[in-house]
Design a protein around this ligand. Structure first.
Ligand SMILES: [Zn+2]
Length: 215
């Protein structure tokens, strides 16, 4: 199983990617997590990635492709396939990916912009332990974490201006890659609004239906 998952920030892409990967027994490759781990470990690629991320920029395509190509050559991928989460992010990366491997299905987890803006801008996070709250479901006393007593705040990245900027980048850079997979006949679009269980069921059914068509 070789899967690519697309979705706007706040669409639940990370959660659903993990569930899909578990269902299809394929390694979940989150390029964001890989880069953060590499940066924390201080590897050359990690330090280069950190420079770009700290400046709020996307890594150059050739750097990202090198990272992904190396990961796709690992034994677990050769045996079980992969689920790519966070790559490709641009049309250039999409074209390059199909130059190094085949892809069975590209999933587009569709959640409207206004829904993700509402989800993210109402999110609040404990500075101590990272527990997630929301304006609708705050801690029981005065924005103090129920778990650790830490201060519960809005992250600077979660303000509606910051979210709008990232959504505009997604629209300009990533949507062309999504459309490109559609022109290849590889795209399945799934409604991502609902509980995590509902969305996971929908996703698995849609991917299985597409695989059955292709057999
Ligand atoms: Zn806490």
């Amino acid at each position: 199983m070789r899967l690519v998952v697309f979705g706007r920030q706040g669409a639940g892409k990370g959660t659903q990617s993990a569930r899909l990967a578990a269902h299809f027994d394929a390694p979940h490759i989150s390029t964001g997590d890989m880069l953060r781990e590499a940066a924390a470990a201080g590897t050359p690629i990690g330090l280069e990635a950190k420079g770009y991320m700290d400046a709020g920029r996307l890594l150059p395509d050739e750097v990202m492709l090198g990272v992904v190509e190396e990961r796709l050559a690992q034994p677990d991928v050769l045996e079980h396939g992969f689920l790519l989460d966070g790559f490709p992010r641009t049309l250039g990366q999409a074209e390059a990916l199909l130059g190094i491997t085949e892809v069975d299905v590209a999933v587009n987890l569709e959640v409207p912009e206004e829904v993700v803006i509402e989800r993210i801008s109402s999110r609040r996070v404990c500075k101590g332990c990272g527990r997630i709250y929301s304006v609708a479901e705050p801690p029981s006393t005065n924005w103090t974490c129920d778990t650790c007593g830490g201060e519960v705040v809005q992250r600077p990245d979660d303000t509606s201006d910051a979210v709008a900027a990232r959504l505009a980048t997604y629209q300009a850079e990533t949507i062309p890659a999504v459309h490109w997979f559609d022109t290849k006949g590889l795209l399945v679009t799934v409604d991502g609004v609902g509980t995590p269980d509902e969305v996971a069921e929908r996703l698995i059914a849609a991917v299985e239906a597409r695989l059955a068509e292709r057999r």
